[in-house]
Design a protein around this ligand. Sequence first.
Ligand SMILES: [Zn+2]
Length: 79
Amino acid sequence: MSTTSASTTPDCPHSPPCPAACAPDSGAARSIRPCPEQGWSLLCNGLVHFADTGGVRPDGTVVEPIRRIHDHQTMGAAA
Ligand SMILES: [Zn+2]
């Protein structure tokens, strides 16, 4: 047996396995602990996924949010 696959997700019970936390599409993993009221959810690959599509990996690195091209800039919050 070979263990050359580096994209395994240790805590992922799904088949086929979800993207690893280090994968570009890590946010596509399934939520195992959703906290919609706080705007984030814990994914089965260990990623903390935020509502703005960004996230934080188990090793502490940040996943940049996906920027929408047609994003309505209507925020008038005082800086
Ligand atoms: Zn999974």
